[in-house]
Design a protein around this ligand. Structure first.
Ligand SMILES: Nc1nc2c(c(=O)[nH]1)N[C@H]1C(S)=C(S)[C@@H](COP(=O)(O)O)O[C@H]1N2
Ligand SMILES: [Mo]
Length: 550
């Protein structure tokens, strides 16, 4: 078997393994599919700098990049396994078994996994191994005899000694000629078909099996998608809040071209999480357990939650991984139950200084109990901008806490609140090098003009947003080319928990210039010039934008 064929056989076997696992995963849940399960394990174990690199390079496409990367790596290894198998079949089969075991182990170690989650990798591995065997030693192997005895009658008078393959008429087209030759040789040498026949059978096998893998994979994926919760989400009727959101003041939106809108539409809201497949949580079976160091543990259904008085608030959510000038920030109108009220009911014990939010997928965040009870509008949210939470933003229920980065507070698909202490428990990102405490740092961003925008000399509107959630913004200043600072005009905003838009009229002169912005919070604290990276507790520095004026 040539190396090329052996490699192709290996890749086909891997494709079969991954493809047929998909329809099985329709039964056991998308997170048990081998590619997703292993990818999820990779997300949890890759070193933080690499993850940062992925976020920086691929932006929010890091997940697709991870899956494509995993697939490419897998194909390379599978090709190698094919070559290995051609020499010693057992080695190739052992390689496939090792991969199946990895897939099974990954699926079984995910949060909330049960024994059935091993099934997709098991079935995939078995059929992948069967495929490899078929190519290397089974019916699809090189020089294997035909599957069914040839029906072509032998040429009447021919004997192996005196007659070669029958010759087609000289005028026959090449395909017919090839066919004639094949049939003849099949008739003559059942154990040793000509190289052409063998190659054709090999390629037919590859095509058929790869096609089956693709159909099974895509079909399974599609079916799994139909089992999602979008219908359940559409059926949710959100209650009217007893405390509606204060209206957005006229003028909060400066409506400058390229400036982020005051309220971020759900479709444009940034998304950050460790979930390779969006958890599909059925509100009918959803439960929230509030437990741990409390005197009166509480369990709520979705209907219990909806029956409670709801408040609606604009709150600006920000990610700790947001670089200076970055867009991992958004402002929405959230509808939910105040977490303060729920905590009052369960009566936390003294010293239970941390509330751990736990998602259905096992992700955790740790929020200071004191912050949740200090009177701010920390919400157990069910609505976002007038709709049930979008599935990727945590449907049916998530946390939203003004003033804290998402990684310590904004648990999506939340199913548990556990009262504990910071001394006793580290949430997901803490052992990975991020600070246990994550108050949002004061920041400001220039949205208009953008980097290297071509501008014409004369008046130019410089505009952007600034935020210091739960403290509020007092002042925003802009400067050009390290010149004097100019105070920008602040648009009205809803509350200290939301960002604020600002603008400044610049009389631009021809040439290359640098615009810079800095904000001061309501306590009089100005954001520091010193640039610090996002880890461990949020970037600092002034957003700087080079522009060209013609
Ligand atoms: N279950 C779960 N919730 C999560 C996360 C996660 O990885 N899993 N990431 C958090 C982080 S880091 C941020 S910044 C916010 C982002 O919320 P969004 O995706 O709705 O913008 O969600 C938080 N909630
Ligand atoms: Mo984040």
């Amino acid at each position: 078997m040539s190396r090329g064929r052996a490699a192709l056989a290996g890749v086909t076997a891997a494709a079969v393994a991954i493809g047929v696992a998909e329809p099985v995963a329709v039964l056991t849940g998308p997170r048990s599919a081998p590619l997703i399960a292993v990818g999820g394990l990779v997300v949890d174990v890759v070193p933080e700098p690499l993850k940062q690199f992925a976020i920086a390079v691929f932006g929010t496409y890091d997940k697709i990049a991870l899956l494509v990367g995993t697939a490419v790596l897998l194909a390379a290894i599978a090709a190698l396994l094919g070559v290995l198998a051609a020499r010693r079949l057992l080695l190739g089969l052992a390689g496939i078994a090792a991969f199946a075991a990895l897939g099974m182990a990954s699926a079984l170690t995910r949060a909330g996994a049960d024994a059935l989650d091993a099934l997709p990798s098991l079935v995939g591995g078995a059929l992948g191994a069967l495929t490899l065997w078929a190519f290397v030693a089974g019916p699809l192997r090189e020089n294997a005899g035909p599957w069914t005895p040839p029906t072509t009658p032998r040429p009447e008078t021919a004997t192996p000694a005196q007659s070669g393959p029958a010759q087609p008429p000289a005028s026959a087209p090449p395909a017919v000629a090839a066919l004639a030759r094949d049939e003849a040789s099949a008739g003559w040498e059942p154990q040793e078909p000509a190289g052409d026949e063998s190659r054709r059978r090999f390629l037919r096998g590859v095509g058929l099996l790869a096609g089956t893998a693709a159909v099974a994979g895509l079909g399974g994926h599609w079916l799994a998608g139909r089992r999602g919760v979008s219908a359940a989400r559409e059926a949710v009727r959100l209650p009217t809040p007893v405390a509606p959101a204060p209206p957005v003041p006229a003028g909060a939106d400066l409506s400058v071209n390229r400036l982020a809108p005051f309220v971020t539409p759900n479709r444009e809201f940034y998304r950050i999480d460790t979930a390779l497949v969006v958890p599909q949580v059925d509100p009918a079976t959803w439960r929230l357990r509030i437990h741990g160091r409390v005197r009166r543990p509480l369990e709520l259904s979705f209907d219990d939650l909806l029956a409670r008085p709801m408040v609606e608030r604009h709150i600006t959510l920000a990610c700790v991984s947001n670089e200076v000038g970055g867009d991992l920030i958004g402002n929405a109108r959230w509808l939910g139950v105040p977490l303060r009220e729920l905590l009052d009911e369960v009566e936390p014990e003294e010293g239970a200084d941390q509330v751990v939010g736990r998602s259905v997928d096992g992700w955790t965040c740790g929020t200071p109990t004191a912050v949740l009870r200090d009177g701010r509008d920390a919400l157990l949210a069910v609505g976002m901008n007038g709709e049930p939470l979008p599935v990727e933003h945590g449907f049916p229920v998530r946390m939203v806490v003004p003033g804290l980065y998402g990684y310590v507070s904004a648990c999506k698909w939340v199913t548990e609140l556990e009262l504990t202490s910071f001394a006793d428990f580290d949430a997901y990102w803490v052992p990975r090098g991020w600070s246990a405490q994550g108050p949002i740092k004061t920041q400001s961003r220039i949205d208009a003009p953008r980097r290297r925008d071509g501008l014409t000399a004369g008046p130019v509107t410089v505009a952007g947003v600034a935020w210091a959630q739960h403290r509020g913004i007092r002042r925003v200043e802009v400067r050009v080319d390290d010149g004097p600072w100019h105070e920008a005009t602040l648009a009205p905003t809803v509350s200290v928990d939301t960002w604020v838009q600002w603008s400044w009229r610049w009389d631009a002169t021809p040439g290359d210039h640098t615009l810079q912005v800095r904000a001061t919070d309501a306590a009089g604290e100005t954001q520091p010039e010193q640039r610090r990276p996002v880890a461990p507790d949020g970037a600092t520095g002034w957003h700087t934008v080079p522009v060209k004026v013609g």
